[in-house]
Design a protein around this ligand. Structure first.
Ligand SMILES: Cc1cc2nc3c(=O)[nH]c(=O)nc-3n(C[C@H](O)[C@H](O)[C@H](O)COP(=O)(O)OP(=O)(O)OC[C@H]3O[C@@H](n4cnc5c(N)ncnc54)[C@H](O)[C@@H]3O)c2cc1C
Length: 431
């Protein structure tokens, strides 16, 4: 079949990779001049989510606007926003959290196997390294972390629970004062460079053939007809032709993997997705004192802020702001940007004092879609020729690889290797 993939982030490029492997011809349309320029660019490096990373559960968005819940919540007072936050709150209980994670788990395993396969097959080197250290501030947060620890035991994920003393002994850059409650260390937890991985995967596809990349082209509309699917391309900004006829590419199916823009592309087709935009921030800072830089990637567990080394800089990521859905394309008010960046600076000073030169840091922000049940949107929606691979949340770079495999299996009409209940839970048409 001929398949158009909209979006050249990790989700789009991974989908193209899987579709090609399944024997389809693929055209990826990306509005930027190259791939990996959206949320994929700003990742903090954590490859696969543990139960401590997922964006649902006991510690997530617990206290509304308070940063202890991981998110600055500014959704306004619409009924829709209230319902969204309320749905996330139903996953605070440990049973609901465990049930949801159990649905996600097969996707994580699938993503891991796709990653290992691609890595081995093409000898990909994308700055992989090991070592994740999750830090928990207070005793309240520590008790809310227990259901996640229970899941680590249940799924036999190798990890060490550390007292503050053990943690400071293992990572000497972490200060013992002010006191904190504890830590969880994953020696095999992987960190890597997501945009580098995506660019390498594109290079592999360029070499193998079968996937055409139309970069610098923006899809302005998706058309679904009974026999064909098509996308309309906006004129190139430098296109001086007077006719400015709409350029159309048609295919047998379209996969929308356009990150946060997925919502806007599907809305004219009457498809409303159960998601909200989440704006994430990063500070890319020069190293201030080399001896203060932690060996592991540090994660402030409840605040969901990661501090990771990327070559000669430190990247501090998090500061999520949940907004009203209509604000997707509007800039964030300055005061909220400052609040989000202040949280990042604070985390850096608390957990890695002296490591980052925050005053010289460059700020970046990226949009992600978050679903009310914390799971991505993957599968066919509205029409058998239309698919979505989006809303992987802020812990979703490698997850998109597993989702891509599912979409390729669905388009090829082959038996998916994920359990039926997981496929149902990922269905983009859910309310
Ligand atoms: C600050 C930050 C830190 C993060 N940290 C981590 C982490 O440590 N671990 C983790 O697993 N995940 C992390 N994430 C999440 C992860 O980066 C995302 O889940 C993943 O990159 C999403 O990829 P995507 O392809 O769906 O979206 P994107 O990367 O946003 O790609 C969508 C692409 O579609 C293109 N597009 C949109 N509309 C159109 C159109 N109309 N026509 C053509 N092209 C279009 C865009 O230009 C873009 O390139 C983080 C995200 C952020 C923002």
């Amino acid at each position: 079949m001929d398949v158009i993939v909209i979006g050249g982030g990790i989700a789009g490029v991974a989908t193209a990779y899987q579709l090609r492997a399944a024997g389809h011809r693929v055209c990826v349309v990306e509005r930027h001049a190259t791939v990996a320029q959206g949320a994929t660019y700003g990742h903090s490096g954590i490859v696969l989510p543990t139960p401590l990373d997922v964006w649902f559960g006991p510690t997530f968005l617990r206290n509304g606007r308070q940063s202890s819940g991981g998110v600055i919540c500014k959704t306004g007072f619409t009924g829709q926003a209230r319902a969204f936050v309320k749905r996330l709150a139903t996953l605070h209980g440990s049973e609901a959290f465990e049930a949801r994670y159990a649905l996600l788990r097969p996707l994580i395993e699938s993503a891991q196997s796709v990653l290992e396969d691609a890595e081995g097959r093409f000898q990909l080197e994308y700055e992989q390294r090991e070592g994740l250290l999750y830090l928990v501030r207070g005793s309240d947060e520590w008790s809310l972390t227990q259901p996640a620890l229970e899941l680590l035991r249940r799924f036999e994920t190798p990890h060490h629970v550390l007292t503050p003393h053990e943690c400071v002994a293992a990572e000497h850059t972490i200060p013992a004062d002010p006191p904190f409650a504890g830590a969880v260390r994953f020696d095999q937890g992987r960190v890597a460079n997501c945009p580098l991985f995506v660019k390498q995967l594109k290079q592999v596809l360029d070499t193998l053939g079968g996937v055409q990349f139309q970069t610098g082209r923006e899809v302005s509309a998706v058309r679904i007809e009974s026999q064909r699917a098509a996308v309309e391309l906006a004129p190139r900004p430098d296109d001086a032709s007077r006719t400015r006829e709409v350029e159309v590419i048609s295919a047998d199916a379209v996969v929308v993997a356009a990150g946060a823009q997925t919502v806007n592309l599907l809305a004219p087709l009457g498809i409303k997705l159960p998601v909200y935009p989440l704006r994430m921030h990063t500070l890319n800072s020069p190293v201030a004192h080399e001896e203060c830089v932690p060996h592991s990637t540090l994660i402030d567990a409840a605040r969901r802020i990661a501090i990771t080394r990327m070559n000669h800089r430190l990247r501090i990521s998090g500061g999520a702001v949940l907004q009203h859905a209509k604000q997707l394309d509007e800039p964030l008010p300055e005061s909220l940007t400052e609040e989000a960046l202040a949280l990042l600076g604070e985390a850096s000073r608390d957990w890695a004092p002296g490591a980052a030169r925050i005053s010289a840091a460059l700020a970046w922000e990226g949009m992600k879609l978050l679903s009310a049940d914390g799971l991505p949107l993957v599968g066919s929606v509205g029409n058998p020729r239309l698919y979505v691979n989006a809303a992987h949340g802020p812990a979703g770079w490698a997850l998109a690889l597993g989702s891509a495999r599912l979409i390729a299996q669905q388009i090829s009409n082959t038996r998916p290797d994920l359990p039926a209940e997981t496929i149902e839970a990922l269905w983009p048409g859910r309310s």
